[in-house]
Design a protein around this ligand. Structure first.
Ligand SMILES: *[C@@H]1O[C@H](CO)[C@@H](O)[C@H](O)[C@H]1NC(C)=O
Ligand SMILES: *[C@@H]1O[C@H](CO)[C@@H](O)[C@H](O)[C@H]1NC(C)=O
Ligand SMILES: *[C@@H]1O[C@H](CO)[C@@H](O)[C@H](O)[C@H]1NC(C)=O
Ligand SMILES: *[C@@H]1O[C@H](CO)[C@@H](O)[C@H](O)[C@H]1NC(C)=O
Ligand SMILES: *[C@@H]1O[C@H](CO)[C@@H](O)[C@H](O)[C@H]1NC(C)=O
Ligand SMILES: *[C@@H]1O[C@H](CO)[C@@H](O)[C@H](O)[C@H]1NC(C)=O
Ligand SMILES: *[C@@H]1O[C@H](CO)[C@@H](O)[C@H](O)[C@H]1NC(C)=O
Ligand SMILES: *[C@@H]1O[C@H](CO)[C@@H](O)[C@H](O)[C@H]1NC(C)=O
Ligand SMILES: *[C@@H]1O[C@H](CO)[C@@H](O)[C@H](O)[C@H]1NC(C)=O
Ligand SMILES: *[C@@H]1O[C@H](CO)[C@@H](O)[C@H](O)[C@H]1NC(C)=O
Ligand SMILES: *[C@@H]1O[C@H](CO)[C@@H](O)[C@H](O)[C@H]1NC(C)=O
Length: 830
């Protein structure tokens, strides 16, 4: 039989490679091993010899049962029987010494070639010795290797046994068949590989190569590559015996992007640990908590997308009763289960500036494992985040068991470069349908509006009035608009606005960034009703102008832009606040003096009655105006100085409406007409009566020139006194504790203005949210009756200067307000 193998080619090979020559007769062999090849050959009886008919090796005329051939030797031999494969096996061992010389890396050849060997079961053994610090990598050609358990055999009879060393001890890494997923095995400190080829197998190549690597700092790393669906069963070193004490072994898995991997432990035993804990650690793409640490008794992760690795860490065992650590596990790679196979088309081909990013929402830190969640382009390339750029069309799908773990952010730029063309043009801010249809929460959609500099400004007009998010009145809608102005060098955050408030319009001086931020999945319904229209309007100088039309339903809270960081230096903001007829607006400043200290310039606020143009000016470095009632549309204009750092300007306005009923007017007239005595008779406390003050003529620079942008002009002291219409000389003011009297007036038709506080009058004491005395109030504890003598019954004319509560000017020396004087810092300045 052996003779059949002999031929010219084989002889040639034999001569060239190892000096084996052509057998002289049929059934005769010659094996010659060169000096220094480190190779030895041993022909010996196989483990399963057939006892029936004995067979011998004949060499040098002798009958032997084993034939060793050493390096540098040449042996001629033949067999006494015709089928020696049933009696003998051949073992070829090659020692590779990487300690004393260079390691022969690369493809490993079968030497002597199988063609010159008798057709016996052959075992080729490579024993590679290397320093501890050298990593050796065995690379296996296709069809790769499949690990089998002890006692399992390979269908084609070809097995690979791989072992390593820890110091003197040999450690079995595993037994592998052909046709699997194991592509590489990295070891340290040498490796021993035994390739067993049965006599009937025609394989003539080793099928692997060796490369050197840097230290792997562990016992070994086994890499498995999955080309498609499938599974692999793998075992800890020495399985089924114990994993070496305090060792670390890693398995790496390469998984196609469109598939998912699940790990299950088939057989686990843990040892008795004295120090440290036995555990497995995973590195999983998409996990924010890598490494994911699991106990061996835990349920292991499933549905992982992407490449991952798994490490087994042993412990210091109890020497008396070490127990045994061993692990057999399976990795199952399959198509994603329970996941959408829907493909979504996102067409941005007509969107020159729109981009969309889908990404993982930040996870709360938790040690709990979360399977991967991926977005795929064309169902092929999947990643944890994906950015779609403008001018293309995309097909995307999701590999994610829980789509709420993703969100998306989109942005687009709307520009106007030619101001003549854009003036008065408007367009509404819409989210494209392609984006709304995606099964992922839209986190943000940002419109960057570019406005021609110094030519135009932008006006944002919501379909329904907006509310500014404040601590006092939080937005709980399913979405908000975040508005910021963006000019080079200065971004100014106006705030977050949701529907259901009083803001009719937000005008922004410069480029605007409007971000739709959603909070609840159902935002689309609300959003369809609440659009936002942008139009280009003539340029103005304030950073922003808010148009506010309060209603009776609720208080309005308004914050200065850049809340918490402070209004930027030398900027101005205005609020156009309208007051419906027959109502009074209570204007309160809720953050009194945030500690603003100006470095240069002055910070001031002008409250201007729109009808009469009467103005009151307040220095914002001093005490803020007291709450006051306004009966006609008015402006609140704020202009900042350049503050000392850390002493910034943050101001919160509160506006609430109260009805001015005829009844009330009558009562108030009665009160005034009857004087204090009548009030006492009514059981109402008169807190104080203030005579009208002489108006101060303003001879200083016109305060009405509002300092739009750069605040260089300091309102002069005389200006601190409000300008006053000529006809407002004689007024009487009364602060009364009238909640008991007017309780019935406090209620609107819904009865929503209830709960007037029935307590005794308290004078203003520093910061207060109380409204000044006036018509009833949701805002007033001590309403003030006030009216001009000349217009007793029709609308209250604005007498800003005569409000004892609304100014903090430097002098109140000619006032006679004992309560106030007693409690307010008295400044003199006139
Ligand atoms: C040779 O290998 C085959 C397959 O592994 C086995 O069945 C057979 O018993 C072996 N022969 C001897 C002599 O060991
Ligand atoms: C490899 O294994 C697959 C299934 O595990 C089988 O279909 C295929 O025939 C095998 N190929 C070889 C060469 O053994
Ligand atoms: C192995 O055998 C194939 C044919 O089966 C032949 O083409 C190849 O050259 C051989 N390789 C070696 C190293 O003998
Ligand atoms: C591999 O071996 C060569 C020479 O033996 C050496 O120069 C090289 O640094 C080694 N590479 C690694 C990764 O150890
Ligand atoms: C190993 O664990 C199995 C359960 O997984 C248990 O039945 C068996 O007794 C354990 N063996 C040893 C030696 O601890
Ligand atoms: C396991 O994966 C992580 C992340 O990919 C990587 O940083 C680490 O080096 C890997 N470890 C091993 C031993 O492969
Ligand atoms: C898959 O979906 C089915 C029905 O939708 C559900 O019963 C099952 O529990 C799901 N399986 C997983 C692993 O989520
Ligand atoms: C998105 O993924 C890329 C790589 O795929 C990564 O570099 C980038 O940091 C990721 N961005 C976010 C926000 O996760
Ligand atoms: C928002 O809060 C108001 C009361 O403050 C409540 O009436 C309304 O139902 C809330 N809306 C949502 C969506 O929670
Ligand atoms: C102020 O607001 C009112 C009410 O919305 C509006 O009619 C008026 O035009 C506004 N004034 C300015 C100057 O925008
Ligand atoms: C307040 O600001 C508005 C809007 O810019 C402006 O029309 C008005 O004249 C200003 N009032 C004063 C007194 O500066």
């Amino acid at each position: 039989m052996a003779g059949l193998n002999c031929g010219v080619t084989l002889t040639l090979l034999g001569v060239l490679l190892l000096g084996a020559t052509r057998p002289r007769e049929a059934g005769a062999f010659e094996i010659s091993l060169p000096h220094g090849s480190g190779t030895t050959v041993l022909i010996k009886p196989g483990p399963f010899t057939l006892p029936v008919k004995p067979c011998h090796i004949i060499t040098s005329g002798k009958y032997v049962t084993t034939l060793p051939i050493k390096s540098g030797e040449r042996k001629d031999f033949s067999f006494t029987c015709s089928s020696p494969q049933h009696h003998f096996v051949i073992e070829v061992q090659k020692d590779v010494d990487c300690m004393s010389g260079p390691c022969p890396f690369g493809e490993v050849a079968l030497q002597p070639p199988t063609s010159v060997l008798p057709t016996l079961n052959r075992t080729f053994i490579w024993d590679v010795h290397a320093h501890k610090s050298i990593g050796l990598e065995l690379q296996f050609a296709l069809p790769r290797l499949r690990q089998v358990g002890p006692g399992d055999s390979c269908p084609d009879g070809v097995t690979h046994s791989i072992s390593g060393h820890i110091d003197a001890a040999e450690v079995m890494i595993g037994t592998f068949c052909s046709n699997g997923t194991v592509s590489r095995i990295k070891m340290q400190e040498g490796v021993k590989m035994a390739l067993h080829l049965p006599w009937f197998h025609s394989r003539n190549v080793s099928g692997f190569s060796i490369a050197n690597r840097s230290s792997i700092k562990r016992l070994c790393i086994i890499e498995s590559v999955f080309e498609g669906e499938g599974s692999a069963t793998l075992m800890s070193a020495n399985y089924p015996d114990g994993f070496p004490e305090d060792e670390l072994m890693t398995w790496q898995f390469v998984i196609p992007a469109h598939l998912r991997a699940s790990v299950s432990f088939l057989h686990v035993n843990v040892s008795n640990c004295e120090k440290k804990e036995e555990r497995v650690e995973y590195y999983i793409p998409g996990s924010t908590t890598n490494p994911e640490v699991f106990k061996l008794s835990d349920k292991q992760p499933g549905n992982m997308a992407g490449n991952f690795n798994l490490s087994l860490q042993g412990c210091d065992q109890d020497a008396q009763n070490p127990g045994i650590l061993r692990l057999q596990f399976q990795v199952l790679v399959q198509r994603p289960q329970n996941e959408s196979t829907v493909t979504y088309v996102v067409d941005l081909s007509n969107e020159p500036t729109m981009s969309l990013t889908i990404e993982q929402r930040p996870l709360k830190q938790s040690r709990r494992f979360v399977p991967g969640c991926f977005v795929c382009l064309e169902s092929r390339t999947c990643s944890t985040n994906l950015t779609l750029t403008p001018r293309s069309k995309y097909k995307i799908s999701f590999l994610c068991d829980d789509l709420t773990r993703l969100w998306m952010r989109a942005e687009t730029t709307l520009g106007c470069t030619e101001h003549r063309y854009c003036h008065r043009r408007s367009f509404s801010l819409r989210v494209p349908r392609d984006i709304l249809q995606l099964p992922v929460q839209l986190r943000d959609f940002s419109w960057k509006l570019q406005v021609p500099k110094d030519r135009l400004s932008a006006a944002l007009v919501p379909a329904q009035k907006l509310q500014q998010h404040t601590q006092e009145r939080v937005c709980n809608a399913s979405f908000s608009y975040l508005v910021a102005s963006t000019s080079p060098g200065q971004d100014l955050y106006f705030g977050s606005f949701c529907s259901g408030g009083a803001i009719e319009q937000i005008q922004v001086k410069q480029n605007v960034l409007v971000t739709l931020r959603t909070y609840a999945p159902g935002f689309q319904q609300e959003f369809s009703k609440q659009g936002l229209t942008v139009s280009f309007i003539p340029y103005f100088k304030e950073e922003g102008i808010f148009t506010v039309t309060p209603d009776m339903k609720s208080k309005v809270y308004l914050r200065t832009p850049n809340w918490e960081q402070g209004l930027p230096s030398l900027t101005s903001v205005s609020w156009n606040i309208s007051v419906p007829p027959n109502q009074a607006a209570c204007l309160t400043f809720m953050k009194e003096r945030t500690g603003l200290v100006c470095q240069t310039g002055r910070a001031f606020m002008i409250i201007q009655e729109q009808r009469t143009k009467a103005e009151e000016v307040f220095s914002l470095e001093e005490v803020l105006p007291k709450p006051s009632f306004r009966h006609h549309n008015f402006w609140v204009n704020i202009s900042n100085c350049s503050p000392v750092s850390g002493k910034q300007l943050d101001l919160l306005l509160q506006v609430s409406l109260t009805p001015r009923t005829t009844d009330l007017t009558v009562v108030l007239i009665a009160v005034v007409g009857g004087g204090a005595f009548l009030l006492f008779a009514l059981g109402v406390t008169i807190c104080f009566v203030k005579k009208n003050r002489k108006k101060k003529k303003n001879k200083g620079p016109a305060i009405g020139v509002y300092n739009g942008n750069v605040n260089t002009q300091i309102p002069m002291q005389p200006n601190m006194f409000p300008k006053v219409p000529k006809d407002s000389d004689a007024h009487v003011y009364a602060v009364i504790e009238d909640t008991m009297v007017y309780t019935h007036l406090l209620q609107d038709s819904n009865g929503s203005y209830v709960q007037p506080e029935v307590d005794t009058y308290r004078p203003f004491q520093g910061p207060t949210e109380d409204c000044p005395p006036s018509p009833p109030l949701p805002c007033s504890r001590a309403p003030t009756a006030k009216w001009p003598a000349e217009e007793p019954s029709t609308g209250f004319s604005p007498e800003p200067e005569s409000e004892p509560y609304t100014f903090s000017h430097p002098s109140n020396r000619n006032t006679d307000i004992p309560f106030l004087d007693a409690h307010e810092p008295v400044e003199t300045g006139e």
